[in-house]
Ligand binder design. Structure first.
Ligand code: SF4
Length: 262
């Protein structure tokens, strides 16, 4: 069954649902209007996936501190993880699997805080569907892109985008709102206080992945490769319907990060 049909069915049956909005959401939606809109659609709770990213960052820092001899490649990008598994399986040992992706970390928070609620991830990425079904089937995360969520809003006749004045994130995470921009993990995790500039490499774009992997293999000085498959990061994910340029998308994320929403 298509994820849009599955969500529509769950909403029709009034199942207990918690939406999890990926950190790139300001490109597709306005805050806090989108929270009110999701609640009108039938979600009881709405969590910001940036909250899970805080836990991802903590795990990256812990891995680097606890294993001073080891080198790591970040693993939140579902496409890059699959690229390594299929094309460079010998490099899989470097993937920092202990630092689970923000989607997975947020689903765990949701499952613990609201037992019985099904986490529904809404984001820019199609491959997150595979991360959910292949790597974390136990969490039963239903994954939709923003484009697919818009289809669901349409089927539910929810078009208006006004602020209802009361709806805000039930779980928020302010410090990691830069996550969907290339280098967002390295920038928001304070890893730069632990490693020197030449020990961190930030790469985005599928065309650059092969070279980055080869460089990581050859350059033993690099301790952390922070990598995302889409050019510029998740802000450029295929599940976003937007005419904005990459620079404009980055600016939307920076503006949201700069807002005081606490
Ligand atoms: S960079 Fe692209 S492929 Fe990777 S997680 Fe983000 S949206 Fe998905």
């Amino acid at each position: 069954m298509k994820e849009t049909d599955e969500l529509f069915e769950l909403l029709s049956k009034k199942e207990k649902l918690a939406a999890m909005l990926a950190p790139s959401f300001p490109i597709a939606y306005r805050y806090p209007d989108i929270v009110g809109k999701l609640k009108r659609a039938g979600f009881t709770y709405v969590a910001e996936v940036a909250a899970g990213a805080i836990k991802t960052n903590e795990a990256v820092i812990a891995a680097l501190k606890d294993n001073p001899q080891k080198r790591f490649i970040t693993s939140p990008c579902a496409s890059f993880v699959r690229f390594i598994r299929t094309k460079y399986p010998a490099m899989e040992k470097y993937l920092a699997y202990a630092a689970e992706s923000p989607m997975v970390q947020t689903a765990k928070i949701v499952r613990e805080k609201w037992p019985g609620y099904r986490p529904v991830f809404i984001g820019p990425c199609v491959v997150k569907k595979l991360e959910s079904s292949q790597d974390h089937p136990d969490l039963q995360i239903l994954v939709l892109t923003y484009k697919e969520m818009d289809e669901v809003f349409k089927r539910l006749n929810i078009y208006d985008d006004h602020n209802d004045g009361v709806s805000v994130f039930d779980i928020a995470g302010a410090e990691t709102r830069l996550y969907p921009i290339s280098g967002g993990l390295a920038q928001s995790s304070r890893v730069r206080e632990l490693l020197s500039d030449d020990q961190i490499q930030v790469v985005s774009g599928w065309k650059n992945c092969e070279e980055a992997v080869k460089n990581f293999e050859a350059n033993k000085n690099v301790r952390l490769l922070d990598i995302l498959f889409c050019e510029g990061g998740c802000v450029n994910g295929p599940g976003i319907d937007s005419n904005l340029s990459l620079a404009e998308r980055r600016q939307k994320i920076i503006d949201y990060w700069n807002k005081d929403l606490s």
